[in-house]
Write a protein that binds this ligand. Structure first.
Ligand code: HEM
Length: 465
């Protein structure tokens, strides 16, 4: 039996193309080799099989771990970015399962809906700074909102406290350092990870991480010394949580988990929101339908009703389909030889499930390069046909939270402002460190939606947790 076909170009060229433009790289591979092929884009040019066939993805995600596993050590790049080894994303096997069980309750059902008012307040506080006629960079605005939401709901920091402000500044610097292609190369090539003092890129990055750790450990210590169980943030739940053995999480584990949640949840959500706002304002019919739907709500602050809006849901789904921020998910590893499709996968093969290419399949999504939310109203897709949050044992733990957050933020923005695109250059999908996203998107507020802003009594807005 044959191995999946391999890309013929030199490994270094594949890696450069992958780093510079993952979309054209994957499109050209799929055109030449179909929905299963081997490329050399792993750490140190290691070969990896990219899979986008839904039936094969189902086999991969439902295989038992003796056959195909998702070991945490394969997510080393994230570990380097986060500077800690105990996070969920780096855990494997039983430890991974236990950690997921500990964290999951914080991101489900009622717990998430409790964050609704806080999310709306943070959004309102950020967007009320927007000036009519003054254009703004959507990425920056969405990052500010999503960072504040994570710092409040996950870290439980209070927005008006000095520690919050210090933390926000440091995190912005750290996340900025990670967001250029050049900085991304530091993660892909270990040789570039040299601390040559505070002015060297890696040295600066590490110093920033240390300062963030100092603040985080101080926060954890205070919470342990003076527990307040009425708080609803994730850190409070994690401090109170116990493993099956009765043990609690150590300070280092808590720190690593918080930074993991921040890195996994901040830019992903901000970038998806940026894409959503781009499509909504690029396509007037989409905007019109969405605004009509939001305005049809009897109570605009009813977050459960916002969550159920069908067209808003379809717009979010289509946004995540077109250019999922993770073009591939975390790697899976073959533990015992097996056959998938017509190919032989020896033990030790690394596999990248590829949501981007699955979402580009003509047989599932006719005219895949067109933004058409209606496709999500017309049919349901299986978890192997539509997988912007990955799948199986490592499926995104923040999925429900991210979708809720996106919907509340979009509903808020659209009911508050009439915005228009104000781009001098066409918007295209590009790499942003380990993720992807749009090139700069600019919007300009044309006017306020008066009716709504009067109802809100914005001057008296208080941020509460
Ligand atoms: C639109 C927003 C988001 C997208 C598109 C997204 C996407 C993903 C993807 C593709 C994975 C990998 C799944 C796999 O390998 O099968 C993942 C994992 C993960 N995500 Fe998200 N994510 C988002 C938001 C969030 C948020 C808000 C949080 C938490 C605050 C979060 C926390 C995590 C964690 C902890 C993992 C690792 C899970 C594990 O290793 O078991 N994500 N996410």
């Amino acid at each position: 039996m044959k191995l999946p076909p391999s890309l013929k170009t030199p490994a270094w060229l594949q890696m450069l193309h992958w780093i510079a433009n993952p979309f054209t790289f994957l499109d050209s591979c799929a055109q030449a080799y179909g929905d299963c092929f081997c490329v050399r884009i792993g750490i140190n040019f290691a070969p990896i099989v990219v899979v986008s066939n839904p039936i094969t993805l189902q086999q991969i995600y439902t295989a038992n771990p003796e056959q195909i596993d998702a070991p945490g050590e394969k997510n080393k790049l994230l570990g380097i970015a986060q500077g800690g080894e105990n996070a969920l994303v780096l855990a494997s096997g039983v430890r991974h399962q236990c950690q997921r069980q500990l964290i999951m309750p914080s991101f489900h059902g009622e717990r998430i809906r409790n964050y609704g008012q806080l999310i709306e307040n943070i959004t309102e506080q950020a967007i009320c700074q927007w000036k009519i006629g003054k254009r703004f960079l959507v990425q920056d605005a969405m990052k500010t909102i999503s960072l504040r939401i994570i710092l409040s709901t996950v870290f439980g920091l209070e927005i008006d406290k000095p520690r919050y402000q210090q933390m926000e500044k440091l995190l912005i610097s750290m996340l900025e350092m990670m967001s250029s292609s050049w900085q991304a190369s530091m993660l892909f090539f270990p040789i570039l990870q040299q601390d040559l003092g505070a002015l060297s890129p890696w040295g600066r990055f590490r110093r920033c991480q240390k300062e963030i750790d100092r603040l985080l450990y101080a926060e954890i210590q205070e919470r342990r010394n003076d527990p307040d169980l009425s708080r609803t943030d994730v850190l409070t739940s994690l401090i109170a949580a116990r493993y099956e053995t009765g043990e609690q999480m150590t300070d280092v584990e808590l720190r690593d988990e918080l930074v993991n949640l921040l890195i996994a949840g901040h830019e992903t959500t901000a970038t998806t929101l940026t894409w959503a706002l781009y499509w909504i304002h690029k396509l007037p019919t989409v905007r019109k339908k969405l605004v009509q739907e939001i305005n049809s709500l009897e109570n605009q602050s009813d977050k459960s009703a916002i969550l159920q809006l069908p067209y808003l849901n379809a717009v979010c789904s289509e946004t995540l389909r077109m250019y999922p921020v993770g073009v591939v998910t975390f790697p899976r590893v073959v533990n015992s030889p097996l056959q998938l499709m017509d190919y032989y996968f020896p033990a030790g093969t690394d596999i990248y499930p590829c949501p981007y290419l699955t979402h580009q399949r003509e047989d599932l999504y006719p005219e895949p390069k067109q933004f058409k939310p209606e496709r999500f109203l017309e049919r349901k897709f299986s978890p192997y046909e539509y997988l912007p949050f990955g799948g199986g044992s490592r499926r995104c733990i923040g999925m429900a939270f991210a979708l809720f957050e996106m919907k509340v933020i979009l509903a808020k923005i659209l009911s508050r402002f009439q915005l228009a695109l104000d781009n001098h250059h066409p918007v295209r999908p590009i790499r942003r460190t380990l993720l992807t996203g749009p090139s700069d998107v600019w919007l300009v507020p044309r006017s306020e939606c008066k009716q709504i802003s009067e109802k809100l009594n914005i001057d008296n807005l208080v941020i509460t947790n």
